[in-house]
Design a protein around this ligand. Structure first.
Ligand code: HEM
Length: 194
């Protein structure tokens, strides 16, 4: 009986990881077969789509760091008692971060796609761009795993922190290889650096 309970609960993370991998793969395939276009995108009032993505990605990166700190606090790892409102605040800011990241990822996928090899003009795609695209696809798969982890009551205790840590690591990787690289190379969007 104990064995069947543990097998059952392990089935939840295993199924979630499999579903997340399928989602990441399908997003990547879409990024390869779709013809990139700016139609159906928005600058959100910024000068260009890239400016908008850089600024929103910085907000997402800050929210991700706050999510990590909040999670450690809720798990009692900071040595100070967590206030009663922290759980709700963590959920709301997490939901905002997911909406923003799906929004930015859509703009990357739709307007640029998953780049590799050489571009139409014969220029080789940089390793950074390839790594960014692959991380971007993996982030969307990790969102699926994280949502399952948050919702499932019967999964083992390690599942939620592992799912959260995986999402955090992939997301920070995607932001470092895009917005942070961009600001380092070109300056803050609209600051006259390019
Ligand atoms: C769905 C998967 C994703 C794909 C396939 C993808 C692909 C791309 C590509 C090809 C570029 C252009 C890179 C270049 O030529 O310089 C780009 C830029 C960018 N991406 Fe993504 N991306 C994805 C997800 C994300 C996510 C999740 C974020 C942030 C949370 C993000 C943020 C950015 C930003 C800020 C830029 C502009 C800076 C730059 O040019 O590197 N992307 N993306």
């Amino acid at each position: 009986m104990a064995e069947s309970t543990s097998t059952k609960s392990l089935a939840i993370p295993l199924t979630a990881f499999a579903a997340g991998a399928v989602v990441a793969l399908l997003v990547g395939v879409f990024g390869k077969v779709h013809d990139p276009t700016l139609a159906g995108t928005t600058t959100f009032g910024f000068r260009t789509v890239i400016d908008m993505k850089v600024v929103v990605s910085v907000v997402i990166g800050v929210l991700a760091v706050l999510q990590l700190i909040g999670a450690l606090w809720l798990y009692g790892k900071l040595g100070i008692a967590a206030p009663s409102w922290l759980g709700t605040a963590h959920r709301i800011s997490g939901a905002v971060a997911v909406v923003l990241l799906v929004f930015v990822a859509y703009h990357c996928l739709w307007a640029l796609g998953l780049e590799s090899g050489t571009l139409a003009d014969g220029e080789p795609v940089s390793t950074r761009t390839v790594v960014h695209g692959v991380l971007g696809c993996a982030v969307l798969g990790a969102v699926v795993v994280k949502v399952v982890a948050v919702r499932s009551r019967r999964a083992p205790g390690w599942f939620l922190p592992v799912a959260g840590g995986l999402l955090f690591a992939l997301l920070i990787g995607a932001v470092l290889t895009s917005a942070v690289w961009y600001i380092g190379a070109q300056g803050w969007p609209g600051s006259g650096g390019y």
